[in-house]
Design a protein around this ligand. Sequence first.
Ligand code: 13P
Ligand code: SF4
Length: 308
Amino acid sequence: MKNLINEILELKKERNAIILAHNYQRPEIQDIADFVGDSLGLSREAIDTKAEVIVFCGVDFMAETASILNPDKTVLIPDKSAICPMAMMLKVEDIKVAKEKYPNAETVLYINSTAETKTEADCICTSANAPETINAMNSDTILFGPDKNLAYFVEKRTKKRIIPVPEDGVCPTHHQLSKDDFLNSLKKYPNAELVVHPEVIPEVQEMATHIASTEGMLEYCKKSNSKEFIIGTENGIIHRLKREIPGKKFYAASEIAICPAMKMITLEKVRDSLKELKYEVRVPEEISMKAKEAIDCMLSHHSKNDPL
Ligand code: 13P
Ligand code: SF4
């Protein structure tokens, strides 16, 4: 493994590349990355970098967003099959039909959506800024997709009427976490706080002490007075929590909270990606230009130093 890591570091220098990794990536990928974060942090980092090549260790919509924000840079994803199944649940046609039904509504899409669907959005949001972004919209009715659990989270925190598009879009990894998973974990660790991602089901959201994006979860656990936490999101984040908050204990709510797409990326694939400049992520210009307007809408609400 040491040789492989050295090879990656050498290639990274040669290529003037940066490695960005999502919080759900394998521990060894997080450890070699230049930046590890949530979707919002990764988008901001992709804009700021001076590197010529961005190796994106995450899933397709994240690499697409980095490419849209950096048309002059080479954005690589080490495995083309790292595709977020939730993003695939929303089709352009679904949004068009919803727009016909609600002609006065504006459309806000979760960043976990394809570049093509983003062209239909007035604004994009991530789990770190969804209520703020939606509150800043003009319409009282918002078409929101693809995650109906995040739609529930948003509706409770805004005065807007939220119409989920499609009706039943979910993240399979988060949606399977049940109330019983958390009750059983609490039996084992009665002093622990429940910290969850807004992609979990409403019943679990209701029992949580804190709900946030992956980066927000990390910030919360750092600041909280508690020493133990039951974590309701993809288990890759536990590595980062343990690494950055060594004095506290973190327990996965369920061992099955694994996102297969996120785990497609391996060190070998990162090495090959840098060596052969594969797989380049390119979004057709007409899609990219329209999608960028919606992404810029989200980013205009934030400066780099804003708290998440
Ligand atoms: P975050 O933006 O909170 O890291 O979430 C991304 C994601 O894919 C959640 O499943
Ligand atoms: Fe998509 Fe869920 Fe995986 Fe996040 S955890 S990338 S939403 S499938």
